[in-house]
Design a protein around this ligand. Structure first.
Ligand code: CP
Ligand code: NVA
Length: 309
């Protein structure tokens, strides 16, 4: 497997922090790691390394794929919820970061507030990985890119369409469009636009990112159609919100307007009958189970980049 050049303490916090060449190398290494695993080749490149995982929110895929990934790389993962830690009783993030850095080789955190993750990274002496914040979900989108490329080849120049809430996952798709050079159309209600910093970065970098209101217009000639929950963790559920998002449900009629080979993506967990119909997510265009599996492979590549010393 190709070795990526490392600098001593690299965090994986936001795709926008990382240059295009490195992200491409991470994706290529993820594919190689997946092939090695399928061929039954051992790849214990993080032997005896330890990853602390701090969860302030629920998780199935992130928690299990990081833990399984660390085990398969020969290391170990510690599953910590903020409530179990003294963090839940008011110990500062800074002190938590300093202490954990003396025990482990890396920290993955799923945080309510992106600023908590930034603070952790500021005080940590080991690499910090973003396992989702209110602002972005970079590990998810690396897995999604791997999934797209397995099905359709290099994503450069492809047309990817985001439908629904302009949320944390959408922000990471914008970052990916900037770094990987594909077109991203976002169809969302005007009140639920993606983060302005991401849209500004797209404009600054002259990336092919456009925001429009109509999902039917957005999906024309799409190579991929993506959606996500209407109510992200930490967001208040309200009828107004659901009412705003109802026209953005991905159903068979919308998929029929997309290119006939358009793939359907969803990071999961899904809410059938809300953001997507069962017909679409359980239908032939859906690649959601590959996306979920690819969290494992994409994150192993990220773990190696961060922690292989
Ligand atoms: N997609 C994703 O991050 O899933 P979990 O919330 O289950 O980790
Ligand atoms: N946007 C969703 C993603 C869950 C993996 C959330 O933040 O809850």
């Amino acid at each position: 497997m190709k070795k990526i050049t490392l600098s001593p303490s690299q965090h994986f916090i936001d795709l926008l922090d990382i240059d295009a060449t490195t992200l491409r190398a991470l994706l290529d290494e993820a594919r190689a790691i997946k092939q090695a695993r399928k061929a039954g080749r051992k790849h214990a490149m993080l032997k005896d390394k330890k990853l602390a995982m701090i969860f302030e929110k629920h998780s199935t895929r992130t928690r299990v794929s990081f833990e399984a990934g660390m085990l398969e790389l020969g290391g170990h993962a510690l599953n910590l919820t903020s409530n179990d830690l003294q963090l839940g009783r008011g110990e500062s993030i800074a002190d938590t970061a300093r202490v954990l850095s003396r025990y482990v080789n890396g920290i993955m955190m799923r945080a309510n507030d992106h600023n908590s993750l930034l603070e952790l990274a500021h005080y940590a002496e080991v690499p910090v990985i973003n396992g989702l914040t209110d602002r972005c979900h970079p590990c998810q989108v690396m897995a999604d890119l791997l999934t797209f490329e397995e099905q359709r080849g290099n994503i450069r120049g492809a047309t990817v369409v985001w439908i629904g809430d302009g949320n944390n996952v959408c922000n990471s798709w914008i970052s990916a469009a900037i770094r990987f050079g594909f077109h991203l159309r976002i169809a969302c209600p005007p009140a639920l636009m993606p983060g302005s910093a991401y849209l500004e970065a797209a404009t600054r970098e002259k990336a092919g990112v456009t925001v429009i209101e109509s999902p039917q217009d957005a999906v024309q000639d799409a190579d991929a159609v993506i959606t996500d929950t209407w109510v992200s963790m930490g967001t208040e559920t309200s009828e107004t919100r659901k009412h705003m998002l109802r026209p953005y449900q991905v159903d068979d009629a919308l998929m029929a307007k997309a290119g006939k080979d358009a793939l359907f993506f969803h990071c999961l967990p899904a809410h059938r009958g809300e953001e997507v119909t069962a017909g679409v997510i359980d239908g032939p265009a859906s690649v959601v189970w590959d996306e979920a599996e690819n969290r494992l492979h994409a994150q192993k590549s990220i773990l190696l980049w961060c922690m292989r010393g």
